[in-house]
Design a protein around this ligand. Structure first.
Ligand SMILES: NC(=O)c1ccc[n+]([C@@H]2O[C@H](COP(=O)([O-])OP(=O)(O)OC[C@H]3O[C@@H](n4cnc5c(N)ncnc54)[C@H](O)[C@@H]3O)[C@@H](O)[C@H]2O)c1
Length: 343
């Protein structure tokens, strides 16, 4: 029989619901404790899931000897410190995106993980979507020939209230950016994961519609160059009237792939095929993807068996570096080298 890992969820806001629901459905885990600086949120979640303990101070979660795995579901600027402290104390950490706001913070997390001898995973759950898995297999198979370029687009809607009711969203200090680092990060992650290492970026960031409520960008467009001069385009905005399906297209010398929401069009060997990858179970809002539950289950399996978790710190670090370069480019209006490449 598997020994159930004792889970702690720090931050009992919107996304914690996805983590708690997923954990509640897993036999590998039990929800041992929840924590929030706003006590009533922790109490509410704690009562719903009949936890053993409720904390207001995350440091007490980290020093609780019963806790095996910590889920970090707090504002962006807290991820780096909380994760590094938890990892150094020997706790496995599953951290919400973004991994951290700076490469320096991300490196400190990796150092703490290695010192603690534990697993660190980041929630890029859309990598687990069935459509994403298919696209990755196609790209890795080499069936489409050489990569020439790709593009992706996220046109969503965030109302002023989304920011007004939150002390950290919309602020450079708390969120570290706007539509790019919070909403579109998943699609940019998919774009780079499916294609190539990004060497250089030229970006425009602007606040077009939400200027009266946020200081960060609500719109971004990026031209990116890959290691072999592949050209990638990315556009994201929170100024649209709805959360439209994400679009992503990859052009190769021998064919192409196109994703629209969960629909995939493949052009290969002179034939065009269409497939619908809409999966049955969706935790939370469908435009976040249905992968949260699958990702969390996989993380616990990795903790149990010692298999390295696929959405590792090294994988997520690529996005930390890329985002730093994009924001620098957007703010300075110059092209910026990312200097990471693949791996
Ligand atoms: N993977 C996804 O698709 C996805 C979707 C939404 C949000 N997220 C991420 O989840 C994280 C949280 O977002 P959210 O929308 O749930 O935000 P939220 O504001 O609804 O929740 C954050 C919670 O953290 C608590 N908190 C703040 N400081 C704390 C501290 N020092 N100790 C303990 N608790 C503290 C707040 O009181 C709040 O309840 C962010 O990193 C966000 O980007 C991920």
């Amino acid at each position: 029989m598997i020994e159930r890992k004792k889970a702690a969820v720090i931050g009992c806001g919107m996304i914690s619901k996805n983590h708690l629901k997923a954990l509640n459905n897993m036999e590998q885990a039990e929800i041992y404790t929840v924590c929030d600086i706003e006590k009533e949120k922790a109490v509410k979640a704690g009562e719903e899931y009949s936890v053993h303990k409720i904390y207001e101070d995350y440091k007490e979660v980290i020093s609780d000897p019963h806790v095996d795995v910590i889920h970090i579901c707090t504002p962006h600027n807290l991820h780096g410190t909380m994760a590094a402290e938890a990892l150094a104390a020997g706790k496995h950490v599953l951290c919400e995106k973004p991994m951290a706001l700076t490469e320096a913070e991300a490196r400190a997390m990796v150092k703490a993980r290695d010192q603690g001898g534990v697993q660190l995973g980041i929630c890029f759950q859309n990598r687990y979507n069935e459509a994403s898995v298919y696209l990755k297999q196609m790209m890795d198979s080499g069936k489409l020939g050489t990569l020439l370029g790709a593009r992706a687009q996220v046109t969503w809607n965030r109302k002023p209230e989304y920011y007004e009711n939150s002390p950290w969203r919309g602020r450079w200090e708390g969120e570290g950016g706007g539509v790019l680092i919070n909403q579109a990060i998943h699609t940019l992650d998919l774009l780079q994961w499916l294609t190539c290492g990004i060497k250089k970026v030229q970006a425009d960031i602007s606040t077009k519609r939400l200027k009266s409520v946020i200081e960060v960008e609500d719109t971004v467009d990026i031209l990116m160059f890959g290691e072999h001069e592949e050209r990638l385009l990315f556009y994201a905005t929170n100024c649209y009237v709805k959360n439209s399906p994400v679009e992503l297209e990859i052009i190769c010398s021998g064919g192409s792939l196109k994703l629209e929401g969960n629909q995939v069009i493949t052009e290969a060997d002179g034939k065009v095929t269409r497939a619908d990858y809409t999966s049955g179970s969706v935790l939370g809002k469908d435009y976040w993807g249905s992968g949260h539950g699958i990702l969390i289950r996989d993380f616990y399996e990795c903790v149990e068996t010692g298999r390295p978790f696929p959405v590792s710190a090294e994988e997520a670090m690529k996005m930390v570096k890329l985002l730093e370069a994009v924001y620098q480019s957007g703010k300075t209006r110059t092209a910026v080298e990312v200097g990471t490449g693949k791996g």
